[in-house]
Design a protein around this ligand. Structure first.
Ligand SMILES: [Zn+2]
Length: 327
């Protein structure tokens, strides 16, 4: 297909993609032919890379391209030869859930058809223009212009996915829950009723229970010292990271910048101010380790074996890892 839009030269596009990848993996020796698997990029990392590349280049990377790419050059090839097109799987729900709230319009030009044919407007503007595309998700909740919600995901009543947030496939966002700008959620994530996720990176199969808070502003003030009210760009975002399979209990509060490890379990009402190791069970205020949790959610015995499903574990780093039958 002949592109209908001007595309950057391959060398220029390759430089942009390489610079973006090196930001994500600053310690790795990355070239255009480096295998993505060699960089240890899991599905969430790939998603984060795609978001950054889209932001940098102004071109969309469809999920299928992302899934099939072996090297960064595969991404460069796509970006160089394809015109910008709607990033898949997002739609607005304003038609099914009328709201009296003003609709965010980051570019201030929603509905401007000229902009839809301009490959160089910003990623954020382009998403704002594209969010009527696709039929990816279901439910009466609201996905703001410029957000993306994956296939099969469901947004319940009064749930809101803010501009610039991105959610994977087959997720559930409960009644009244809020997914803030910059948040990136993987697949099969469950967000409980009235939970709030501010800019967090949340991996696949994570459970955020009702009323939990994932915070991102470590120096929260309403105004600058000279009294000017702060806006969205007036604070340093230090988002929470929640690794795959972890659970954040009901009403728990997670401080900015904290990492919750794989299959970790944060007890209800905990106030988490420090990183939580893989499989750790933490509780209280401030939250402290008080045991180990299995992938199935039950607490391990003294031998690190799950009394419910018999999975065995051993220490690795500060946390645990599951022992495979071969070990
Ligand atoms: Zn178990």
């Amino acid at each position: 297909m002949t592109p209908t839009h001007p595309n950057p030269a391959p060398d220029h596009m390759r430089a942009l993609v390489l610079a973006t990848a090196r930001t994500l993996r600053p310690d790795a020796d990355i070239t255009a032919t480096t295998a993505l698997d060699q960089l240890g990029l899991d599905s969430l990392d790939r998603l984060a890379l795609a978001v950054d590349i889209e932001h940098t280049t102004g071109f969309a990377l469809p999920d299928a391209v992302l899934a099939d790419a072996t090297t960064l050059d595969d991404l460069v090839t796509h970006l160089t030869h394809s015109a910008p097109r709607p990033t898949a799987h997002a739609r607005r729900t304003d038609d099914t859930a009328p709201s009296t709230e003003p609709v965010p319009d980051p570019g201030g030009r929603n509905g401007d058809r000229d902009r839809d044919t301009d490959p160089w407007h910003t990623h954020r503007d382009r998403l704002a223009a594209d969010t009527t595309a696709g039929t990816g998700f279901d439910g009466p909740g609201r996905a703001d212009p410029g957000s993306l919600v994956g296939d099969g995901s469901r947004l319940w009543h009064q749930a809101q996915v803010a501009t610039g947030a991105r959610i994977g496939a087959d997720c559930v966002v409960g009644k009244g829950a809020y997914i803030g700008t910059g948040s990136v959620l993987g697949d099969r994530v469950k967000i409980g009723n009235h939970a709030s996720v501010f800019g967090a990176r949340v991996a696949d199969a994570v459970m955020i229970c009702p009323g939990a808070l994932l915070l991102e502003d470590a120096a929260a003030r309403a105004t600058t010292p000279d009294g000017r009210r702060k806006g969205p760009d007036d604070f340093d975002r230090t988002p929470v990271t929640v690794e795959s399979g972890a659970t954040v209990g009901a009403g728990a509060v997670v401080a900015p910048g904290v990492r919750i490890g794989r299959h970790a379990m944060v007890a209800l009402g905990a106030v988490v101010a420090h990183d939580v190791p893989d499989h750790a069970l933490v509780a209280g205020n401030p939250a402290r380790p008080c045991g180990w949790a299995c992938a199935c959610g039950h607490t391990l015995d003294a031998d690190l074996v799950c009394p419910h499903c018999a999975r065995a574990h051993r220490h690795r780093g500060t946390g645990l890892t599951e022992v495979t039958p071969r070990e």
